[in-house]
Design a protein around this ligand. Sequence first.
Ligand SMILES: [Zn+2]
Length: 404
Amino acid sequence: MNWTGWRHGGYAAGLPENVRIFDTTLRDGEQAPGFSMNPDEKLRLALELEALGVDVLEAGFPIASAGDFEGVERIARACQSVRVAALARATPGDIRRAAEALRPAARPLLHVFMATSDIHLHHKFHKTRAQVLEEVPAMVALGRSLVAEVEFSAEDATRTDPEYLVAVLDAAVAAGATTLNIPDTVGFTVPQEYAALIAHLRSRVRGADHIIFSVHCHDDLGLAVANSLAALAAGARQIECAINGIGERAGNAALEEIAVALHVRQEMFPYTTNIVLEKLHATSQLLTEITGVAVQPNKAIVGRNAFAHEAGIHQDGMLKSPLTYEIMTPRTVGRGEHEMVLGKHSGRHALQVRLAHLGYQFDTTQMQAVYERFIVLADRRKVIDDNDLHRIARDLAATPAAVS
Ligand SMILES: [Zn+2]
């Protein structure tokens, strides 16, 4: 990979450098097993997402249930500064229902989707390519007659014949779609391939310069964030993503990872977002609280261990300078201090610092004795807490050689 080419090769002059963050926590995320939310919970999270600075808030799929309709309508009424989106299949019933739910919105966006891959056409719809090519513009036009802004998604785009995809997207644009979403619905693509697809579409779809190309990646191969970021260099300017990476199956691209990657690696990604990074942790926590589903401890940015250090070498480095093992501070994303976890991998340096913090000073010989006791205990237990340290320190202080 030629990094200079990667950095400067893809995006054309004149494109906006701001990347639109389209949050789908409340739609794709909420669809995942164990993540369903009632309208009250959705509204609470929506207000938090609006404060977080997302540009588009996909509030639900109104045709799916009365609860989904209510959730979208209440969010549309309450969230007046953010674009509120509602999902609809490319059918008149779905589109009318979604438009109705969006009626109170200050900035409504109708998200119409239709699958375009032969696999979906044959196995799901029993439709021909020609039928889909007729229905998409008709449904986009219906959407535009009801809602000011329409996004069209070609479901399973990454497994669609690219030439046919151009034809469908051309038809959607001609009918009034102003955002074209190119979803990797099944989490199948890889960064180079996805970037090439986006570049192909941007060069071939008529009127592409006036269209926002959007990406929507699933994490089945663990590549959702990498694929989303790769698409930026090829001209994508909207990323669909979800807090904590929740979504169908392995989930969507994680919003917090996208926002922080763009921030930490600005020299690689010269784009801005409107995300308030300091609110990321609290938003993640609120989602966890509402759904009762915790994130894995080692999850980037928001996991319990994302800023924890246990290994002795790492702790020693961190105590000398956080630059040694941290590419961002916990405060960047609204967390407290980084955490030094004391366990069997920890070294003397971190132990000594922690003991000093608790009010104990030992000379070198005493410290060796403390350390030996600590390691014996740590071998049996996963984590050693302050109470354990007080016990060890007091035991030693009780022996004649020790001072505290
Ligand atoms: Zn999805």
